[in-house]
Write a protein that binds this ligand. Structure first.
Ligand code: GRF
Length: 203
């Protein structure tokens, strides 16, 4: 059976990209491969990770151009991993229900416009939340508000700083994202007649 083709959109260090590459190589993601990495920033270390893994890596900022490349590489689904730009309509329409994102909080808490990176952990600590975590969700036109596919929780410990909390959450991201992507490929992408809502019923 032909493996599904994934593209990963990045902007920064690419630690989630690294975890996804390991998951493909290690069999956690069995029926898909990463065919393309696109970064919004030329200086993203994620591009180095892609090149080291032998994956085509491009720096593109315009969504129309990104969409053209996704078509050229026959991409089946798009994974945002530390991607700092908002995905606009041309890509959302072409890949409806087939764009995933990982967010470093337990959505719907601490999500939405402007809530990304360290700002999320700062707000969690400021709010005195006893737990935090990460969320994998479908990307829609409403930032961080698409259907949730999976979450992992971590405790917020006394004396935690945004940095110490970020490290604990990121560790869980690297486990959760590959697991959910593997399930998404096996039980949704491979069943073309499947609708997201029928698949989501498994949640
Ligand atoms: C992580 O906190 C992730 O949750 C968010 O972007 C940050 C950096 O991710 N989406 P990465 O190391 O570039 O994968």
């Amino acid at each position: 059976m032909n493996k599904k083709k994934l593209a990963v959109l990045v902007s920064g260090s690419g630690s989630n990209l690294g975890a996804l590459i390991q998951a493909v190589n290690g069999g956690v993601i069995k029926n898909a491969g990463i065919s393309l990495v696109i970064s919004s920033r030329q200086d993203a270390y994620a591009l180095i990770r892609a090149e080291k893994a032998g994956i085509p890596a491009l720096c593109i900022r315009q969504d129309e151009h990104i969409l053209e490349k996704l078509g050229k590489f026959e991409i089946d689904a798009v994974l945002l991993a530390g991607y700092m730009k908002i995905v606009t309509a041309p890509i959302l329409e072409a890949y409806k229900d087939r764009i995933l994102n990982i967010h470093p909080s337990l959505l719907p808490e601490f999500g939405g416009k402007g809530m990304y990176g360290m700002r999320v952990h700062e707000e969690v600590i400021k709010a005195g939340a006893p737990v935090s975590g990460c969320t994998v969700h479908i990307v829609t036109e409403n930032v961080d508000a698409g259907p949730i596919l999976g979450q992992a929780t971590v405790p917020v410990l006394p004396g935690d700083t945004p940095d110490s909390l970020a490290v604990r959450v990121l560790k869980e991201e690297h486990i959760l994202y590959p697991r959910i992507v593997g399930e998404f490929v096996d039980s949704f992408l491979l069943n073309n007649d499947q609708t997201l809502s029928s698949w989501k019923s498994r949640l």
